[in-house]
Design a protein around this ligand. Sequence first.
Ligand code: EPZ
Length: 417
Amino acid sequence: MEVLRIAGQQRLEGETSLGGAKNAVLPIMAACLLIDGEIILHNVPALTDVLGMRRILELFHCSVSTDSDTLVISTKGICPGELPDELMKSMRASNLIWGPCLGRFGKSDIPLPGGCPIGVRPMDIHIKGMKALGAMVEEHHGHIISDGRHMRGTEIYLDFPSVGATENLVMAAVKTPGVTVFRNVAKEPEVVDLCCFLKEAGAKINGIGTDTLRVEGVKSLHSLEYTVIPDRIVAGTILLAAAMTRGDVTITNVIPEHLEALLAKMAEAGITVEREHSSLRVHHVGAIGPVDLKTLPYPGFPTDIQPQFMTVLSVAQGTSVICESIFENRYQHCDELRRMGADIKVDGRTAIIQGSDHLDGAMVDATDLRGGAALLMAGMAAHGETLLGNICHIDRGYCHIEKLFCHLGADIRRVLV
Ligand code: EPZ
């Protein structure tokens, strides 16, 4: 079994750049099913979830080739394919092919997705929206079977600004005859990136970046070349790791506007972040103060950075309170942090973190993608060595995470035990 052996009391120093955003490239790859011709995608990160989505496209007889961080996809031979449940259950993003399949084939048979065990993660908002568009939807033996041949434009209000539901429904609507108005949609930068990608392929979408999208159906979408936005969640992880190790790290190709909520909370904790047009630098030597935060849909504090921020607060001077309002089970990393000496009490969606002087290295296991990244951060700052298992979770969202941090001075080795 592969584990990461992490030396403690490391100080991160230097400059790094970001790969493309996992949560943008996955819906964009799914959207390629809607496009006639060749799509060239740049800034594609080498992640296991990207490999999973590539496999799905190939099962629909698309040809996919890679050259460094560029993906070339051709839909010339596209036709319906059989999707193995194992593959679809390996990640949450597999559900994002539902909308494109309806737009491409008029019907779909999608095994229910998997992904991080951070909550029940139902599909009710997706299903309600597809039915509002006029699709026939049935659930059988863990599959969603739908017929979208009679879909028509309509008005849809999302009960919650779900990222995946917004993405699936927009992809279903871009080739649906008529005009569809979506209200209360998600505005995450990754949703915006998908909409910009579709618009460059010829889709008619207005209101991108707002909570109301107006989509006018078109007959076809054409070839394009597109560069995926940098990964703001990886950026936040690096910034917080730099602060926790009292380091000096600059990220060169970040979009600071995507991280306003995090930067505000870091400032509140006394962590100074120097900001240029497309770079952020943390050079932190002082104490870290306590902070209260609540995770919210964008532009609120991102749930995907909650575990990492909690880790920083576990060595802050004082008591902090976190409310995780997005997912009902996103505190699994707390048990593992406690094994390292963190003082965290969880009551439902609220966590109370009493800052300790330091954490101690221990044997811990990643419980999910971002929780795993948080434990790696803890290991770099802790006194003594940490062994981190279940790192397959981390590889889904971070490209060779040990290389990323070793480049900045950390001592982390991927070993077989
Ligand atoms: C996306 O998941 C991201 N994944 C998640 O990132 C991210 O945490 C999440 O958005 C929120 O920002 C990808 O983009 C691949 P949601 P998604 O639908 O689309 C409830 C990571 O670490 N909900 O916005 O699944 C749901 O249960 C991952 O990179 C319904 O109730 O998130 C959750 O409580 C983790 N019914 C809340 O909405 C639905 O039909 C937010 O879910 C859909 C969602």
